[in-house]
Design a protein around this ligand. Sequence first.
Ligand code: SF4
Length: 57
Amino acid sequence: MDNKQKINCTVTSCKYNKNKEQECTLEQIMVTPVQECKTTNPDESMCSSYKYNNQMQ
Ligand code: SF4
C-alpha cells in the first residue's frame, strides 16, 4: 500500500486479525454500508473482508 496505512482492528474472531496487536494483516480491506442501518453511528459501516477464523474454538 503506497501510503502505508495501518488498519487497527479488534475483531478477534476474524482470521485476518493479528490478535495480540489488534491489527489487520491485509494490505487493504473493503468497507461497505450496512443495509437499512441509519443510526448515524459507526454501526452503519462494516468490514466486508471479514472471514471467520474457524480455528478459534
Ligand atoms: S479483515 Fe476486517 S475484520 Fe478482519 S481483521 Fe481486517 S479489518 Fe478486521
